[in-house]
Design a protein around this ligand. Sequence first.
Ligand SMILES: Nc1ncnc2c1ncn2[C@@H]1O[C@H](COP(=O)(O)OP(=O)(O)OP(=O)(O)O)[C@@H](O)[C@H]1O
Length: 700
Amino acid sequence: MPAGARRHARAPLARHPMTDIVHTLHAWADQGWLRRLDSALAAFIQQQDPQAAPAVLVASALLAQMEGRGHSCLPLAKLVQSAATLLGWPEPEQLELAALWTQLPAGLDGWVQALQACPLVRQALKDQATDQQAPDLGQPLVLGGSRAAPLLYLRRYWVYEQQVASAISERAARQQPVDHTLARQWLDRMFAPQASEPGEAGRRTDWQKIACALALRSGLTVITGGPGTGKTYTAARLLALLLAMSPDASRLKVALAAPTGKAAARLRQSIDQSLVSLQPSLGQALDLQALTERIGKASTVHSLLGMQLGSRQFRHDARHPLDLDLLIVDETSMIHLEMMAALLQAMPPHARLILLGDKDQLASVEAGSVLGDLCAHAAELRYDTATRDYLLEATGDALPACEASGSALDQQTVMLRHSRRFGTTIGALAREVNEGRAGAAMQLLTQQRDGLVWLAPQPASPEILLQLALQGRPGASASYSDYLRAIQAGPQPPRAPDQADGPGSAEQAHADWVKRVLIAFDRFRILCAVHEGEWGDRALNQGVQRALAASRLIRPVGEWYVGRPVMVTRNDKALGIFNGDVGIVLPSASASASAGGKSLRAYFLNGEQLRSVAVSRLAHVETAFAMTIHKSQGSEFAHTVVVLPEAGGEIVTRELIYTGITRAREFLSVIEPRPGLLGEAIGRRVQRASGLDFDNRDEG
Ligand SMILES: Nc1ncnc2c1ncn2[C@@H]1O[C@H](COP(=O)(O)OP(=O)(O)OP(=O)(O)O)[C@@H](O)[C@H]1O
């Protein structure tokens, strides 16, 4: 019991059959319906407050359960409306749930009253009179949200949400002075006038240009868009623009970051490429090469913040802010609530933060769906008059009309709408999936003759998948044979054997070979929705390994063998490898040189940078012929195979399918173990419960 919490007087409650409630919750955990952690929270609450009403105990366990599934709170109105729907429980569990429900309040008010009567619950309903709001006494639970939509939180998620909501709103509202004339001159040089699309009235709005103009005037800009809509292209122009308009450009400190090492390296690479392609249109006016050199390497958000081993704390926080003026973060959809709170705390007040990401992608594995919440109104153009006037002056473009204007955050949010990478079938398929049009998506998959997308014929068997892994399919030949052939080809013999190092050396030839192998490996990947079962990544990894061994393409003798793809499952700062990094086991340069040498290393490629670790030092890795769609975020593969499970329940959702298919750069193959699974998944949307709300904070 938090110190002082008991001081809050309340009317004595009738005794409830609480022990039964906690027993029931423990029994549900025994059945695997809840986690042990979930029922343990209810038991803890009961122990700390023996008078806690049954509704409080049940709500605590279900809150913990929801948090484990990535929700940051328990939406009580939905719980009361239909607990079975909220939890996604099948029939046997539903019957038990209904039986328990007879002991619980029938209406929302009853639940709220029970929670309000419990001293372990901090009262923080937004529309509650201030004198009724309980002070922070370290209560483990918080009742937040509003009276109409009350939300129950674990304390720390409530705190993170409060921090994120106020930091985002304050940052978005913090205006910086802009020289409109100068801005317009530079923007016109960087963005050619847009051609109008056939059938469209007038000129198409150049949202990339709008995003740059908005970023000039505020401490925060959120740029969302599907794959290939030019998020990094825009960020590169924005960098150049800020440099061009900065009174002291040589002092501007810029950093790039992303949630994974791979995504960070991709961000850096594509920013560099965009800057190179921009130089001709700027001529001598701006030295973009100098800018590129000043940016420094892109890092993971973890390492940017200064991850401390065995601790949730980072080296950088509000008291020790990051030393930078501009931070560009890519793949923001993968950033969870706790990490976003830490990032915002560590940003110096004067610096600009640019968040890039695809709002429709899967949310982070951990609790929160921050980018989705930030972009809740991105499609609606809720720009107010001040924003519209500013944009007209700075860009010369008038925005399309909209019905309502929004929050400070809405003023700083831009959705890019035109994909340049997906002019083809994959793009059309991604759109149909995103809009929930299962019939149209199936039609594209089954009737398209261009071979870019393909649905495995029924009955789908794991053999079809193994064939794809070994040979690809008609129209899409990329497969694992590509990288295995590259391994077999071996390093090119050094051109000048007497040269000790330099471009012709044996070491360089080895490094070039390793890069060729790693690049070829990224031409093909199997993505699963789940870990377990016949269609999960664990079984498929074994199946693919057996099939490649049977075809004599690999020789898996023991744990470590040449050609084993591995995925890191835990960050290891000392080794410089991070959760989600994918590498390949190959002989080291010295082992290759002394034919028959046994020294194996795992090689990882981040952009152009090659890193290797002796396999004996790798404790936390898994084989990575097949990986989950979750882990594939931030990566792309020429030929992507998306495999659905026979029974995936609520986790196989539209967002998961969209994320999987948009990992395909050129070719997509889809396997559904029984007809109709894909359609069901497209129809299933699980929106994460969250109380992040930016509408009422503008004064913030
Ligand atoms: N306005 C533009 N004019 C010409 N080419 C563009 C423009 N915008 C983007 N591109 C090109 O389109 C491709 C995709 O752009 P970019 O990589 O920036 O998209 P993205 O949204 O970051 O994609 P992803 O989410 O897949 O990383 C790149 O080759 C880029 O150079």
